[in-house]
Design a protein around this ligand. Structure first.
Ligand SMILES: Nc1ncnc2c1ncn2[C@@H]1O[C@H](COP(=O)(O)OP(=O)(O)OP(=O)(O)O)[C@@H](O)[C@H]1O
Length: 640
């Protein structure tokens, strides 16, 4: 200190004291901060020796279970920091109702009540992300923090309590999910699966197919799911594919939904024609499918079509561009190739244990490689409604009671016997609808169903169309049957008229086209004729002109010869022989002859020059000059 004082003495006593005080403060502050950090570290080490910390990733199932479990804990309801939402908790955040639900005291729970035609929404108080909640669980204090993900700390010596917590959360989650099918959609941007919601299970009895089809499919799926060892022993990849093909609205998608519910599996849906889908993305997605699930490829025939219309010609069928591994990028950035799809289905990276379901309306357009056994093991054809299906769907629609029981509505009925045709339907959780559906007895319903089926033409209407008709008449089963024949007749008449109109229009179009074609042909023929006539006239004109020129030339020649003869001899003038004439005539068409004649014959002294001016290629002129030479020679002879 003395040394410090002596060092600071030149600055003066006041300044030296101030610096001294500052330095003291720095030293004290540093010591306090170090002590604080050391004690905090020691405290954390102490706590860590008692606390267990578990991390739950948002991408994994335990996160869902824990979030679902936490959402039911009163502590979450007592949270002092909220997010107010109408959503509920699930894989992507919030999906279930919470203890903090905002409801009026006397308001009955009625999720599906409608207000002005819209579903009433429940407002939920959800603890916001990042807040920490302390929950007392089985004699232990739990501290949960919802991050992106979840972190749970519990005061415990070993992790038994955490195991119990996770198992309990799982049980509760599965109990809640019992009546629901979870749907996951492929996210092509990040190459991962996104939870898309949970749908109410659809009872198998609500799907009406030809006898035996549903049972066969259900038995096959069940058999597959419990034969993992069998597949492993034989070295067969543990995968099974089902191809559901046929007309639209025949129940393909509904059957898959129903099977998922029956087997307790989630559905993973891939839309192959979605934006950004590529071979790599699809392979990644297929690799991340859980082992027990239904993988659904909808509208397989549209896999390589980017158009909205499913009737577009481009399909999964082999084409020059998609059979090979080279891919073409389309406008929406999709670069999926057929070989990429095939690889993702059963390549080395493909997941095992999944049930692959593919649907298509155009099986004929599929590449044989896509639908071969091993990829698609079971094929089911879906046709238009048969009479049997019409009868079945009618029975599904209208509840019945055993003969002799006099209930009038489903609510009353539920207190008595359960209708056998509806025994698989989910128990009515909701309030009875405001409109009353008359409950007829079994015999009457069977009779009505039979009449209904009789009126329906076999294999002409889709089941969806029948369902649409029944929906319109859901409270009038008797009238619905009475009117069906008339409706069908009207429909047929409408269709007939439509067909006739289409035919008429097609015929008219054809006739117009034919007429136009004829007119065009006639016009072309006329033009041709006119052209030919014109050419003929021109030819004639030309011939005439040439003839005139030749005549003129002959005259001149004659004149010249007569004058020469008069000067020399009385010998007859050499006249162009018929052969000369004919040759010159035949040459007349040669052209270029007109120019020579005059000059060539005007001067005896310049026969060569005349021949030159007539053009070297003209033999006729040469002949004529030759005859002139002869003539000049004759003349000379005679002069001699
Ligand atoms: N066989 C069936 N049994 C019961 N309901 C059916 C049947 N077929 C169709 N439906 C009803 O028709 C509607 C359409 O059915 P769904 O979507 O399953 O048909 P789809 O064959 O998958 O049609 P698309 O090929 O156009 O996708 C659904 O509401 C469903 O209830």
């Amino acid at each position: 200190m003395d040394a410090l004082k002596s060092m600071l003495s030149p600055l003066g006593v006041g300044s030296a004291n101030a610096i001294q005080d500052t330095l003291k403060l720095v030293v004290i502050g540093g010591t306090v901060e170090t002590a604080r950090r050391a004690s905090a570290g020691a405290w954390h080490t102490f706590l860590d020796s008692f606390f267990l910390t578990a991390h739950f990733s948002q991408e994994d199932y335990p996160y869902d279970w824990l979030m679902h479990w936490l959402s039911k804990q009163p502590a979450w309801g007592r949270s002092r920091e909220f997010e107010i939402t109408t959503r509920t908790v699930g894989r992507n955040g919030l999906t279930q109702s919470t203890t903090g639900d905002l409801e009026e005291e006397d308001e009955e729970e009625d999720e599906d009540a409608l207000v002005h035609g819209r579903r009433k929404r429940k407002v939920a108080f959800m603890p916001s992300i990042d807040t920490t909640h302390t929950i007392y669980y089985r004699g232990h204090w739990l501290r949960d923090q919802a991050l992106p993900g979840l972190r749970s700390c519990v005061v415990a010596r070993n992790n038994d309590i955490l195991k119990k917590l996770v198992l309990e959360a799982k049980r509760e989650y599965e109990k809640d999910a019992e009546h629901r099918v979870h749907i996951f959609m492929a996210d092509t941007t990040y190459g991962c699966w996104r939870w898309n919601g949970a749908r109410q299970k659809r009872p198998m009895s609500s799907i009406v197919l030809q006898p035996g089809v549903k049972d066969m499919l259900l038995a096959d799926c069940k058999d597959f799911l419990c034969s993992e060892d069998w597949y492993a022993e034989r070295g067969i990849p543990f995968r099974r594919g089902y191809l559901l093909h046929g007309v639209p609205g025949s129940g393909k998608t509904s059957l898959i939904h129903s099977l998922a519910g029956e087997l307790g599996l989630d559905i993973y849906v891939v839309s192959l024609s979605s934006k950004g889908m590529s071979d790599n993305t699809l392979t990644t997605l297929m690799g991340h499918v859980p082992s027990r699930c239904i993988l659904l490829l909808e509208d397989l025939d549209a896999a390589f079509t980017r158009s909205v219309s499913r009737d577009a010609s481009s399909t999964g069928a082999p084409t020059a561009s998609n059979t090979n591994s080279t891919t073409t990028e389309t406008n929406d950035g999709s670069t999926l190739s057929l070989s990429g799809l095939l690889n993702s289905l059963d390549g080395v990276a493909a997941a095992e244990g999944r049930l692959l379901f593919a649907t298509t309306n155009h099986i004929e357009r599929l590449d044989p490689a896509l639908s071969r056994p091993g990829r698609m093991d079971v094929w089911v054809n879906f046709t238009h409604a048969t009479k049997w299906q019409a009868e079945g769907i009618f029975k599904c629609f209208f509840p019945s009671k055993p003969a002799g029981v006099t209930t009038t509505s489903p609510s009353e009925e539920s207190s008595t016997d359960v209708d056998t045709s509806q025994k698989n339907l989910p128990l009515p959780k909701r309030k009875a609808p405001s409109h009353t559906i008359p409950v007829l007895d079994e015999t009457e319903i069977s009779e009505l169903a039979k009449r209904f089926a009789d009126a329906i033409p076999e294999n002409e209407l889709s089941v969806a169309a029948l369902q649409g008709y029944l929906l319109k008449n859901k409270v009038r089963p008797r009238e619905c049957v009475d009117e069906v024949a008339q409706v069908i007749e009207e429909r047929e008449t409408r269709e007939k008229l439509k067909k006739e109109k289409a035919e008429r229009e097609a015929k008219e179009k054809k006739e117009t086209e034919e007429k136009e074609r004829k007119e065009k042909e006639e016009k072309v023929a006329k033009e041709q004729e006119e052209k030919e006539a014109k050419e003929k006239t021109e030819r004639k004109e030309r011939a005439k002109t040439k003839k005139a020129h030749r005549a003129e030339a002959a005259l001149k020649l004659e004149g010249a010869s007569s004058s020469t003869t008069s000067l020399t001899t009385t010998e007859p003038v050499v006249v162009l022989s018929p052969s000369d004439s004919s040759s010159s005539e035949s040459d007349s068409s040669n052209g270029g002859i007109e120019a020579d004649t005059e000059e060539s014959i005007t001067s005896e002294e310049e026969p060569d020059k005349a021949a030159e001016s007539a053009g070297s290629g003209d033999s006729a002129v040469k002949d004529s000059n030759h005859s002139k030479e002869k003539w000049v020679a004759v003349k000379a002879d005679s002069c001699e």
